[in-house]
Design a protein around this ligand. Structure first.
Ligand SMILES: CCCCCCCCCCCCC/C=C/[C@@H](O)[C@H](COP(=O)(O)O)NC(C)=O
Ligand SMILES: Nc1ncnc2c1ncn2[C@@H]1O[C@H](COP(=O)(O)OP(=O)(O)O)[C@@H](O)[C@H]1O
Ligand SMILES: [Ca+2]
Length: 547
């Protein structure tokens, strides 16, 4: 055994029926077969095939206590078996990256002749793992047993708990008994100091509960008033892990590229960290909700409202309600005002997708910039003609604010394919009144590679704040001709007033899968307020790194 230079430990061991040289470097475990060469009298030569695992992707190392080894140690018959000569063994569990962002926990077992060497390997590997301080040791787990196909508990017990056990993570598990159980427990009861993170087993609605519980708790603990739209919110130190067990699971899909419970568990174990923007939603200075994925008025609000009546259908309820809402083809009048983002965060149509280590998300605006902007705003009269704000009056089939791509299995590139997870902005998508066929074409483009923003009736803006005011019977603003799109549907101002009956209907807001009870809202993006146990979507060529 060597112990020089950057090698921490190096031994000749046995793996299955092959003799291998195993080396632990400071950041990498590597092994390669040493072949017995019949042609060379001197003995061994190295095979080309070296396998490597990064230490930060090792789940755990354990002494191997299986039947084969027990047999081997008991000095029975099969004297020529390698396990007889190498009766001590340890197993390294590690992350194996397969296709399409799917991770699996793989095991490799190394046999040794000497008990001390075996124990030394376990010890030094564990020492290397203990340097990785970003790994959670204690987690608080909430399971929604009624999310998605009602498989939350089974998914956790069968797929996730074994991975946590293997990694030596301690958990407190709460299976929720009612809606808002998890939120209320986090808000008032949970002793947050006991945990390094919170795990949500459920869908986007369940995540929303955890988000509200955690963010509200932190603000209360720090004396921050959430009702102040300009309050500087305190970021959460606890990270949130998402085990997908819901219907859409877009927050999980958009932050790790797949909806797979084992993959999520492994991102938690290795201690990944992905900052994420949170939108705060207010109504006349009163706090309503937070949102991290979709805030949708019109189409997605109506789909959600209708789908709640068919919850028994499970995830299929969205297909039914989507179809019904599409046929009803409603549109809604309203005024949207927004504060555009700075140019340095790109544009929703720039095709620069947010990926692991995204450069745009690393440019976090300093709190000083935000403060300057906030105080500048206060000095101005609070109406929509404020400098920097744009105002659009119109009849909309959908108003969607996507703070992240909102990619999900139904729409693998999402509502706004170039939206960023942590840039402090949201992509505001306005879909104007158009024909059913046009709207169908727009929807269809969410499922293929065509640009869903390339329609005369769709516009998209990257914004830091926006407001929405639905039109009322006694308040239908005169349209500013300069704000209109170049549309065949343009109507003169007089006819807008005559036809206002068909545009004063109100929809509701879909806020990460929860209905909001107010339609007039003010939205402000809180840059990187929370962190997930995720790393964003990795570029595809990163796959197959390990064995
Ligand atoms: C012609 C067929 C066209 C299909 C177009 C599909 C576009 C799909 C875009 C989906 C974007 C979903 C954004 C996520 C919303 C979730 O927060 C919410 C709640 O998810 P949950 O039930 O809690 O997992 N789900 C829905 C459908 O509103
Ligand atoms: N024990 C429970 N009983 C009923 N509803 C619950 C329970 N726990 C959580 N919920 C609620 O269930 C709703 C849907 O949960 P979610 O996990 O997002 O599933 P889905 O993706 O199918 O909508 C959420 O609004 C959440 O507040
Ligand atoms: Ca964003």
């Amino acid at each position: 055994m060597e112990n020089n230079n950057d090698k921490i430990i190096c031994s000749e061991l046995f793996q299955k029926h092959r003799k291998v040289e195993v080396v632990l470097y400071p950041a990498v475990l590597a092994w390669k077969e040493i072949e017995k060469s019949s042609k060379r009298s001197s003995g061994t030569c190295e095979s080309e095939h070296r396998q490597t695992v990064e230490v930060c992707e090792i789940v755990a190392v354990h002494k191997t206590e299986d039947e084969v080894d027990a047999q081997a140690r008991s000095h029975t018959k099969r004297i020529n078996q390698p396990s007889q000569q190498y009766p001590y063994a340890f197993t390294v569990s590690y992350v194996r990256k397969t296709r399409q962002h799917l991770w699996r926990c793989a095991d490799v077992t190394f046999h040794c002749a000497d008990q001390q060497i075996c124990e030394q390997w376990i010890q030094v590997t564990n020492e290397q793992l203990s340097i990785l301080t970003n790994r959670p040791k204690n987690l608080l787990v909430y399971i929604n047993p009624y999310g998605g196909k009602r498989r939350g508990e089974r998914i956790y017990e069968q797929k996730v708990a074994p991975v946590f056990r293997r990694a030596g993570i301690l958990t407190d598990v709460i299976v929720t008994e009612r809606a808002n159980h998890a939120r209320d427990h986090l808000k008032t009861e949970a002793n947050l100091d006991d945990y390094d993170g919170v795990v949500c087993v459920g869908g986007d609605g369940m995540f929303s509960e955890i988000l509200h519980g955690l963010v509200t708790r932190i603000q209360t603990d720090h004396g921050v008033d959430q009702n102040q739209p300009d309050a500087e919110l305190v970021p959460c130190s606890l990270r949130i892990g998402i085990i997908p067990a819901g219907s859409t699971d877009c927050i999980c899909f958009a932050t790790q590229g797949t909806n797979d419970p084992v993959t999520s568990a492994l991102h938690i174990v290795v201690g990944d960290s992905q900052p994420m923007d949170v939108c705060s939603v207010h109504h006349n200075g009163v706090f309503l909700k937070y949102s991290v994925s979709l805030l949708g008025y019109g189409f997605y609000g109506d789909v959600l409202a209708d789908s709640e009546r068919n919850r028994w259908l499970g995830p299929a309820r969205y297909d039914l309600s989507g179809f019904k809402t599409f046929l009803s083809h409603n549109h809604y009048g309203g005024t949207v005002s927004f504060l555009p983002a700075d140019d340095n965060v790109g544009h929703p149509r720039d095709k620069l997708q947010c990926r692991s280590g995204c450069r745009i998300c690393q440019h976090k605006p300093s709190s000083k910039d935000e403060h300057d902007e906030a105080s500048e705003e206060k000095e101005k009269p609070a109406d929509d003609s404020d400098r920097g704000w744009s105002v659009i009056h119109g009849k909309f089939i959908a108003i969607n604010s996507a703070s992240m791509s909102c990619a999900c299995p139904r729409s693998p590139k999402g509502l706004s394919p170039s939206a960023h997870l942590a840039d402090g902005t949201t992509d505001l998508i306005l879909v104007r009144k158009c024909s059913r066929l046009d709207f169908f074409k727009h929807l269809l483009r969410h499922t293929n590679n065509n640009d869903q923003f390339d329609h005369w009736f769709v516009e998209v803006h990257r914004v830091r704040k926006f407001r929405f005011q639905p039109w009322h019977h006694n308040f239908v603003p005169l349209e500013d001709a300069s704000e209109r799109p170049l549309s065949p549907d343009l109507s003169p101002i007089s006819s807008l007033q005559e036809t206002c009956d068909d545009c004063t209907a109100e929809s509701s807001w879909n806020c990460d899968g929860e209905i909001l009870h107010h339609t007039a809202i003010q939205v402000s993006v809180q840059c990187q307020l929370i962190r997930l146990f995720a790393r964003g979507i990795e570029e595809q060529q990163d796959a197959e790194v390990a064995v």
